[in-house]
Write a protein that binds this ligand. Structure first.
Ligand SMILES: Nc1ncnc2c1ncn2[C@@H]1O[C@H](COP(=O)(O)OP(=O)(O)OP(=O)(O)O)[C@@H](O)[C@H]1O
Length: 373
């Protein structure tokens, strides 16, 4: 185990005859000893480039990478004490699965007789104990991926890098292995950075999540921080399923507090809320964000009247969408809702669920209006 620091790291690719690509832009990421960190973002946001720079398969254009305070970004990959599970697996075709997994330990002093036991342990953890004597060409893509993952995990390296480690697995197996993988990483205090574009995986596995977009780090925080205090509109709408409801609106000072008005597409007021006890000097335009899971309907809800557009019970939760003054608002409840399209229902927006963002920069202004904006 070790700490890992990406210090103001930039990566620019210069493909011959084409414009340069700035894939990673001045990213600073401080990964603590034994911490599990997810790099989360959409395709092309620079996640893999970051992993490959840490592993040593790509040069760092600017900035530094340090393990336990020592610069490593000019060292050859083999000198970095970093284990990586590749998205493309990179298994050795002439070696059996057992040898592929154990191979990394041959160079590790003291592993000796322990190798077979450790191969079995990690293979059983990843449900590939029954294919240890097969060659990579004779196993499925999901098995190849788990072999690649096993080969990285078995080393218990100071820093482990996992590129989309379970993307080929079906959801049930993925959920089981995710829990086992987390236990293994914690038990061996393995500092780990993994790439994913699956937010469920990021939330389930990581101590902290680095949300990336267009090569820039948008936010680095615990799953809870990212959900409850997104730093900007991008993070707010990227994290959460269904995504956060976003409306144009305005906050203004009123007697005893602050009024929050959401506007419909034609600019007229769709709903209004009062946040008592807050102070504001002057009105300002905002973007209002409300998480679907925190919206209330039925008894006790009184902030607006919503005309039901769709209402589906998914077996364990209801997804309901309303028209409120021309805004489409999505809500999620854990109980079925007896309502049909066209029905009018009272809708409530708890103040703690309201996020405000600057419409120009997208930066967060306030989270939960029971605190001062
Ligand atoms: N060798 C390369 N030469 C030129 N451009 C590259 C190269 N590798 C990556 N890029 C570009 O850099 C950007 C970041 O790519 P990267 O693979 O790091 O993103 P990613 O977030 O891992 O994407 P994905 O989830 O699709 O794997 C993209 O625009 C990509 O096209």
């Amino acid at each position: 185990m070790a700490s890992l620091l990406l210090d103001n790291v930039t990566k620019i690719y210069r493909p011959r005859g084409k414009a340069p690509v700035e894939a990673v832009k001045r990213v600073t990421l401080d990964v603590k000893d034994g911490e599990i960190v997810a790099l989360l973002g959409s395709s092309g946001c620079g996640k893999t480039s970051m992993l490959r720079m840490i592993a040593g398969f790509e040069d760092v254009t600017e900035g530094a990478i340090k393990i336990d305070g020592k610069e490593i970004h000019r060292l050859a990959p083999a000198e970095r004490d970093v284990a990586m599970a590749f998205e493309g697996y990179s298994l050795y075709p002439p070696l059996k699965v057992r040898e592929n997994i154990g191979f990394a330990l041959l160079r590790q002093r003291g592993a000796g007789a322990d190798i077979e036991a450790r191969v079995k342990e990690v293979a059983s953890l990843l449900e590939i104990g029954d294919i240890l004597d097969r060659y990579p060409s004779l196993i499925s893509a999901g098995q190849q991926q788990r072999t690649s993952l096993a080969r990285a995990l078995i080393r218990r390296a100071p820093v482990s890098l996992l590129d989309e480690p379970m993307s080929q697995l079906e959801p049930q197996l993925r959920a089981i292995l995710r829990a086992r993988l987390k236990d293994y990483l914690i038990a061996h205090k393995m500092t780990t950075v993994f790439v994913t574009h699956d937010q469920t995986e990021a939330v389930a596995l990581a101590d902290r999540i680095a949300v990336m977009e267009k090569g820039e780090l948008q936010q680095f925080g615990t799953p809870d921080e990212i959900k409850t205090s997104p730093t900007n509109l991008f993070v707010a709408s990227f994290i959460g399923e269904p995504p956060m409801n976003i409306f144009a609106g305005e906050v203004s000072p009123v007697s005893g507090g602050v009024a929050v008005r959401g506007f419909g597409p034609d600019g007229t007021s769709a709903f209004a809320l009062k946040a008592p006890g807050l102070e504001l000097d002057a009105s300002r335009r905002v973007q209002i964000g409300i998480r679907p899971h925190l919206i209330r309907t039925g008894t006790g809800a009184s902030d607006a009247t919503g005309r039901v557009i769709t209402n589906h019970w998914l077996g364990d939760q209801s997804h309901i969408s309303f028209d409120i003054g021309g805004c489409t608002v999505v809500g999620v409840t854990d109980q079925p809702i007896a309502a049909r399209a066209g029905d009018a229902l009272p809708v409530g927006f708890p103040l703690r669920a309201i996020h405000l963002f600057d419409p120009e920069t997208g930066n967060a202004l306030a989270h939960g209006l029971d605190r001062a904006p």
